[in-house]
Design a protein around this ligand. Structure first.
Ligand code: 7PJ
Length: 259
């Protein structure tokens, strides 16, 4: 899964075409490099990021989803936690919803349950809210707590009418987790396969890697991201969400060859 963010600081009329055009070129490149899914995000969920309105998110995401689904042969995922964005994204051609809030936002569970049953849904664990989640994350047992949360959300989804076949799960690296929490989750990732659903993992360029390398910036975390992707794959991850598609695909071809 290749990451395609459309979260500009300012969004003038003049910038709009360039933005869309640049996003299309980035998507084409990721597909050529071996991405099976392109994950479009219109709202930053990084620690400290501020929320955007539904309308602003729609304005960023929908034109791109329409253009991608018309021009590229790739599965389109939309990274959103808003009910309206979920519905309109699928209408525009997305076949997957990736929600870091695991459908806990107002109306999201109902919106997801109303989608065509061919639409895939990723449920991710997060402790707290993006703006404050890294302040003092605490768990009794991070692996068990995250596992129990995901198992409960799967049950809630099934009760709301979503089928298990639509779902995948994600422990949510970096979302309300200390370095030790993230390392425990990665070390014990295989536990999560016991839920019996595909496991999605996003570690690419995240700060846990930067910290382990001695506080290096995101663009210097690529090699570490590849290592983390291979470790996750070996522990049962089936979908790896990444910025650097070519490098990850090469590494995973080697890992897959010995499985
Ligand atoms: C994740 C995500 C992740 C899923 C982001 C970033 C932050 N969706 N969206 N899993 N992370 N499913 O990429 O650094 O880990 S945004």
């Amino acid at each position: 899964m290749g990451i395609l963010n459309v979260t500009p600081d300012s969004f003038s009329d003049g910038g709009q075409f360039n933005e869309l055009d640049a996003a299309m070129r980035q998507a084409e490149r990721m597909v050529a490099e071996g991405a099976d899914i392109v994950d479009v995000g219109g709202e930053s969920t990084r620690p400290g990021a501020k929320a955007v309105s539904a309308q602003e998110e729609l304005d960023r995401v929908i034109p791109l989803v329409e253009k991608l689904s018309g021009e590229l042969n790739v599965a389109i995922s939309v990274d959103t936690n808003k009910a309206q964005v979920m519905t309109e994204s699928v209408n525009a051609g997305a076949c997957m919803i990736n929600d870091v809030m695991a459908l806990q936002n107002e109306g999201a569970l109902q919106a997801a349950a109303s989608l065509d049953s061919s639409v895939a849904i990723c449920l991710m664990h997060m402790q707290g809210k993006p703006r404050t989640m890294q302040q003092n994350p605490e768990y009794e047992d991070v692996v068990k707590d995250v596992y129990d949360f995901l198992e409960q959300r799967v049950a809630d989804c099934v009760e709301a009418g979503i089928t298990r076949q639509q779902l995948c799960i994600d422990p949510g690296f970096g979302f309300g987790k200390t370095l030790q929490h993230n390392l425990s989750l990665l070390k014990n990732l295989e536990e999560f396969t016991k839920i019996g659903l595909p496991l999605l993992v996003g570690i690419s360029r995240k700060s846990m890697l930067g910290t382990l390398l001695g506080d290096v910036p995101p663009e210097q975390r690529i090699d570490a991201s590849i290592a983390a992707a291979v470790l996750a794959y070996e522990r049962g991850a089936q979908i790896i969400r990444v910025h650097d598609v070519k490098q990850t695909v090469d590494a995973l071809k080697i890992a897959a060859a010995i499985q």
